[in-house]
Design a protein around this ligand. Structure first.
Ligand code: G3D
Ligand code: MG
Length: 177
């Protein structure tokens, strides 16, 4: 019998960096029948199999629509989260600088620090790229996070982002025992 985990993960980052595009691609592409979106509460479910460690994971991916001003909405968004994707847009430096703020808001709202993966999105836009691989990678390394470059448009590294985060969340949850 494979081990079974369930994790809530949150999509973090400025508007228009691609949080919804990444989530939608991930949850719809391979497991269409497992896809579920709850109108208003903004989460999607997806199952991941990790046969190498005989483990199945059910991910509940939460994506904020807009940036609600109400504290209570944000608290509900973060409640019970076990991991997050810190997403920025490689064509807009401001969105990269802001991942620090997203991380801080997140850690203020969860009871314990949790695994985060830095996702440099829109790498298909090579001509308008502003934030380099080196900058993104070194920020992530300095702060102890994984780093991945993705494109929700082409699909490159979208699933890999969640799978890498899953493996880290499994380690984290074993370390909690
Ligand atoms: P958000 O949920 O973080 O606010 P969205 O961002 O997922 O709504 O994406 C914002 C815009 O960026 C969308 O364009 C979307 O198609 C585009 N986008 C998202 N990811 C990528 C990517 O990897 N590459 C490119 N080229 N575009 C991307 P529109 O025009 O629909 O607003
Ligand atoms: Mg969105």
């Amino acid at each position: 019998m494979p081990a079974e985990y369930r994790f809530k993960v949150v999509m973090l980052g400025d508007g228009a960096v691609g949080k919804t595009a990444i989530t939608t691609r991930f949850t719809q592409e391979f497991f269409d029948s497992d896809y579920k979106r709850t109108i208003g509460s903004d989460f999607a479910i997806k199952k991941i199999e990790l046969p190498d460690i005989d483990t199945n994971v059910t991910l509940q991916v939460w994506d904020l629509a807009g940036q609600p001003r109400f504290e209570v909405v944000r608290q509900g968004f973060y409640r019970g989260a076990r991991g997050g994707l810190l997403v920025y847009d490689v064509t807009r430096r401001r969105t990269f600088l802001n991942i620090q703020n997203w991380k801080e808001e997140c850690f203020k709202n969860v009871d314990r620090e949790m695994p985060l993966i830095v996702v440099a999105n829109k790498v298909d836009l090579t001509d308008s790229r502003i934030v380099s691989t080196e900058e993104g990678e070194s920020w992530a390394k300095e702060h102890g996070h994984l780093y991945v470059e993705s494109s929700a448009l082409t699909g490159v590294n979208v699933e890999e982002s969640y799978v890498s985060l899953c493996r880290t969340m499994i380690e984290d949850s074993q370390a909690r025992l």
